[in-house]
Design a protein. Structure first.
Lengths: 116, 206
């Protein structure tokens, strides 16, 4: 359910109007005395924006860390491909779906002369 | 024709036969690495089952060294000018010297060599700018195949030549990968050249 017009929420109203209020006597008399410092009215949104910006940079870093190195077997295969069964080829049958080994691929691409 | 002419013609033909039988074939086309710097590939065929490929990276250029050194020293002098602290100058000198030594001894690779001997194994060798050479040998029974693989490297996908290592007890499973020519990272035209040559040798022996 879309919650449009968030200004209707009482918590949002408090966020907007509390920094503008003075340390008035009537607020204290009602009993609401433990307010945060006015400094936080500026600091909290800035902290949030800096966190978002840092997370964007960290996301690139995490992606780079998770990429397999050039010397890792994950570039060739993984445990799903290694556990696939190789069936005997029957005459005229369609071959079973599965990974082609990289040696075969290289033969096709680079050894046999392609004109196209 | 006179005897001298015959002798001259024979000598020229003999030279031609000598060089072609050694088959020292310098690559004529321009090869570059993945960043566009030009590299060179030498293929030597020592015998019917032994070939050696050498990829030469461009040497460390004096201009670059001078530029980096001047930049660091001018920066250090600027810091000294404002802080009147000689530690900035001393540290700049030490950083430059130590950085240069570490770079040419551990980082800058001048040439990489792949020597393939059929039914014996493969030897990989890297020669650094300071003269240091590091060599590894892979036996033929551990070597499954030499292939060109594509993988994600930083922000792009590159082709690179690699050796598939297998355990002799389990010949179908690839246990690890050894990438070749890592410091010079040649492009696909150079790799296909080396790949075809290696496959000729591997096809003879298996």
């Amino acid at each position: 359910m879309n919650r449009e017009l968030k200004q209707r929420e009482p918590s949002m109203a408090l966020c907007c109007f509390w920094p503008l209020s003075l340390d008035s006597v009537w607020l204290h008399s009602v009993g609401l005395t433990y307010w945060p410092q006015k400094y936080w009215a500026l600091a909290a949104p800035i902290y949030l924006l800096v966190t978002v910006a840092t997370c964007i940079v960290l996301l690139f870093g995490v992606n780079l860390m998770n990429t397999a190195a050039l010397g890792s077997v994950d570039n060739i295969t993984d445990h799903y491909a290694q556990s696939q069964r190789v069936e005997e080829h029957q005459e005229g049958a369609i071959l079973r779906l599965g990974d082609v080994s990289i040696s075969e691929l290289n033969h096709v691409f680079y050894l046999h002369q392609h004109e196209s | 024709m006179s005897l001298d002419n015959y002798r001259a013609v024979f000598f020229i033909v003999f030279q031609h036969v000598l060089t072609s039988s050694y088959l020292s074939n310098m690559a004529e086309e321009e090869f570059t690495d993945i960043n566009g710097n030009s590299i060179s590939l030498d293929c030597h065929t020592h015998s019917a089952f032994c070939r050696e490929f050498t990829v030469n990276s461009p040497k460390l250029s004096l201009r670059k060294v001078m530029v980096y050194t001047c930049f660091i020293w001018i920066l250090a002098y600027a810091i000294f000018f404002f802080t009147e602290n000689t530690a900035a100058l001393t540290s700049a000198i030490i950083v430059t010297l130590v950085g240069m030594m570490v770079y040419i001894h551990f980082v800058k690779v001048d040439q990489e060599t792949l020597l393939i001997i059929g039914s014996l194994g493969v030897q990989l060798s890297s020669a650094y700018a300071s003269g240091r050479e590091s060599t590894t040998f892979i036996e033929m029974n551990k070597l499954k195949d030499i292939v060109i693989n594509e993988a994600v490297y930083m922000h792009s996908i590159i082709y690179y030549l690699c050796i598939l290592i297998k355990d002799p007890a389990d010949p179908d499973k690839v246990t690890s990968l050894v990438p070749l020519f890592q410091s010079s990272k040649p492009r696909l035209n150079c790799l296909v050249h080396v790949y075809r040559s290696c496959q000729e040798i591997l096809a003879q022996t298996t």
